[in-house]
Write a protein that binds this ligand. Sequence first.
Ligand SMILES: Cc1cc2nc3c(=O)[nH]c(=O)nc-3n(C[C@H](O)[C@H](O)[C@H](O)COP(=O)(O)OP(=O)(O)OC[C@H]3O[C@@H](n4cnc5c(N)ncnc54)[C@H](O)[C@@H]3O)c2cc1C
Length: 319
Amino acid sequence: MSVLVFVEGDNGKIKQSSQEAVSYAAAMQQSPVVAVALGSYSQDELAALGRNGADKVLHASDQQLDQGVIQAYASVLSLAMDSTGASTMVLARSSLADAVAARVSVMINGSLASNVIELPDQSDGFRVKRSIYTGKAFELVELLAARRVLTVKKNSVQLKEDGPSAAVEVFNPELNQEDFKASITATEKATGEVLLPEADIVVSGGRGLKGPENWYLIEELAAALGAATGCSKPVSDMEWRPHHEHVGQTGIKVSPSLYIAIGISGAIQHLAGVNSSKVIVVINKDPEAPFFKAADYGIVGDAFDVVPKLTAAINSLKS
Ligand SMILES: Cc1cc2nc3c(=O)[nH]c(=O)nc-3n(C[C@H](O)[C@H](O)[C@H](O)COP(=O)(O)OP(=O)(O)OC[C@H]3O[C@@H](n4cnc5c(N)ncnc54)[C@H](O)[C@@H]3O)c2cc1C
């Protein structure tokens, strides 16, 4: 039975989270693995999904699909499920994917599991493990319908990068104009070079930074690492930083490979947004700061002393 993977892009580049979703599908040991890309992409970009384990890529290239219109995406993807006979659809978790996955599962009368963190157990039925309560608990779910839709959490599977090029096929079903009931008229980019929810590395600052005038410490370290910048809630409440950088239970939840927390105490509400990071590094001058309990590496020291040295060391390693 084939597995379908919806791949998301940004300006014609497939997102790493979607490459991971393709790797996840490939590791399920069902074939063929068919990726579906909606909107404008180059042939080379799509063929490269073969490295992640796609056997074939279906490309619905209508420019109307360049905007992430949820209803239209759900319609095209459920048609792709029907036409390929796939039993499973995999999506990398994102706000778009969550909305699309829910609609597709209704349209195909399938089972839905979101925030999946491991490969399914297919030994007797189809069971998945999913993360719940912002990573504080797990749920084992048996998916009972013949077809199923999974959204996969970032960093749940090793990225495969050694496959051969994939064949790219045109897939242009007739679009239902009734699906285009919303149109994006403008997009304003948030500040920062790297977007926080997608970032592989995040450098975050807290009240220990003393004021917005000291954020150059965070920005310079982030620039050296190619990281996104984040902050604790009080920092955004005091308007030292914009609200879209606020990480935690009431803010953005991140799952980077590396999260560096500087001058953040590690309150439970902050940890709720970062506890699925692969590696956590904490820099805090208080050895009793609760964040150290959640850290893989910790530096007890003054941020104003430690951070410039860390940035300089990283820059000198790079040059
Ligand atoms: C309902 C609710 C929801 C919440 N949601 C969130 C959320 O989503 N995200 C969030 O972040 N918070 C949230 N909070 C707030 C949370 O409880 C904490 O108050 C907050 O995270 C603390 O922010 P902070 O660590 O930056 O500040 P502080 O608690 O003031 O900690 C500052 C830290 O900096 C250290 N420090 C000071 N000077 C230096 C220095 N020179 N060098 C190095 N370290 C230094 C201190 O030792 C201290 O550990 C929420 C609270 C509630 C009640």
